[in-house]
Design a binder for this molecule. Structure first.
Ligand SMILES: Nc1ncnc2c1ncn2[C@@H]1O[C@H](COP(=O)(O)OP(=O)(O)OP(=O)(O)O)[C@@H](O)[C@H]1O
Length: 274
C-alpha cells in the first residue's frame, strides 16, 4: 500500500531523513518508534506531501505521490491524518467535526456551504459509533475530554474512508489508560476496515503492545524493522542512543515509557549557547 524509496528530506543544511526505504502492506498496523527529533513526523509528512521530499519517491496504492494538482488532491483523499493535538474545531459539534472528513469527497460548493448529504451524515454517524461517541454527536467538541477529542479525530479520519491513516503521536497528550483506549480504537478500525495505519509513538511499551511491526527511527534512518519481540535492549540502544543514561527502571516498568530525549541539531545547540 505504501512504498517509499530513497526518501531524503533536508531542512537547510540539516538532513532530517536519510535514504528511507520502506514498504507497508495493506491493512498493516505499523508503529514508528524513535526519540524526539528522529524524523518520525517528517516521515509521515513526506508520505502525504505536507512536507516536500528533497529526493526519493513515495507510492500510495501503486500511484506515485505528486507535489501538486489533481493527483495531490487524490492522494490527500486516500491518506487521512490524526494529530497529537487532535486538530478538532472546538466550537463545532462532534458530528460536524467528523463530517469535515467528508469534505474532500463533496463537490466544492456543497463543501463550502458545509451542506452534507444524508449519505455523508450516515457515514459520520457510523464512524462515531466505531469510537463509541454516538451519544455525543450533538455536543460542542470543546466540552469533551482529551481522549474523547482524539476519538473524534479518529472518527473524522475514518469518515474520509481512506486507504491509509497516518497518526502522528496520537496519544502523546493522554494518560496511560486513555492512551490504550485510543490506540485500541485505532487498531480495531485498521483490522476491521483493512486500513493501513502508520502510527508514530514515543512510548516503547505502547509500541510493544500495539505494534504488529515496529520501525525504529534514529537520526533520520531506519535502524530497526521487525516485530515487538525483537525490541531487545541492544535494539533499543540503537533507537535511543542515550538510553543508558536513562533510568533503567523505566524500560521494564508496566507504565508506558516515553523517552522524548531531544536530538538537538547543531543550529539548536548554537542557539542554546552550547
Ligand atoms: N520545518 C522545519 N524546518 C527546519 N527543521 C525542521 C523542520 N521540521 C523538522 N525539522 C527538524 O527535523 C528533525 C526531525 O524532526 P521531526 O519533527 O520529524 O522529528 P520527530 O521524530 O517527529 O520528533 P518529535 O517526536 O519530537 O515530534 C528535527 O531536528 C527538527 O528540528
Amino acid at each position: 500500500m505504501i512504498k517509499i524509496r530513497g526518501l531524503n528530506k533536508r531542512y537547510g543544511d540539516f538532513d532530517a531523513l536519510k535514504g528511507i526505504d520502506l514498504d507497508v502492506a495493506r491493512g498493516e498496523f505499523l508503529v514508528v518508534l524513535g526519540p524526539s527529533g528522529a524524523g518520525k513526523s517528517t516521515l509521515l509528512r513526506c508520505i502525504n506531501r505536507l512536507a516536500e521530499p528533497t529526493s526519493g519517491e513515495v507510492h500510495i496504492d501503486g500511484q506515485l505521490a505528486q507535489p501538486s494538482g489533481a493527483s495531490l488532491r487524490a492522494l490527500r483523499r486516500q491518506v487521512a491524518m490524526i494529530f497529537q493535538h487532535y486538530n478538532v474545531v472546538p466550537r463545532l459539534s462532534v458530528q460536524k467535526n467528523v463530517l469535515t472528513g467528508r469534505m474532500g469527497s463533496l463537490p466544492s460548493l456543497l463543501s463550502w456551504l458545509q451542506f452534507f448529504p444524508r449519505k455523508d451524515v450516515d457515514i459520520a454517524r457510523e464512524c462515531l459509533r466505531r469510537v463509541e461517541l454516538q451519544d455525543k454527536a450533538e455536543l460542542r467538541t470543546d466540552t469533551l475530554s482529551g481522549g474523547q477529542k482524539q476519538r473524534v479525530g479518529i472518527a473524522r479520519a475514518l469518515a474520509q474512508q481512506p486507504k491509509v491513516i497516518l497518526a502522528d503521536e496520537p496519544v502523546a497528550s493522554l494518560d496511560p489508560k486513555t492512551s490504550r483506549t485510543v490506540l485500541n480504537y485505532l487498531k480495531q478500525a485498521s483490522r476491521e476496515l483493512g486500513i493501513t495505519v502508520v502510527c508514530n509513538l514515543h512510548q516503547i511499551d505502547y509500541a510493544r503492545e500495539f505494534g504488529e511491526r515496529i520501525v525504529g527511527v534514529s537520526g533520520g534512518r531506519i535502524v530497526y524493522d521487525g516485530g515487538p519481540e525483537g525490541l531487545t535492549d541492544e535494539v533499543l540502544r540503537k533507537i535511543y542512543p542515550g538510553l543508558d543514561e536513562c533510568d533503567s527502571h523505566s524500560r521494564s516498568s508496566t507504565a508506558a515509557t516515553a523517552i522524548p530525549a531531544p536530538a538537538l541539531r547543531p543550529l539548536e545547540l548554537e542557539e542554546a549557547g552550547a
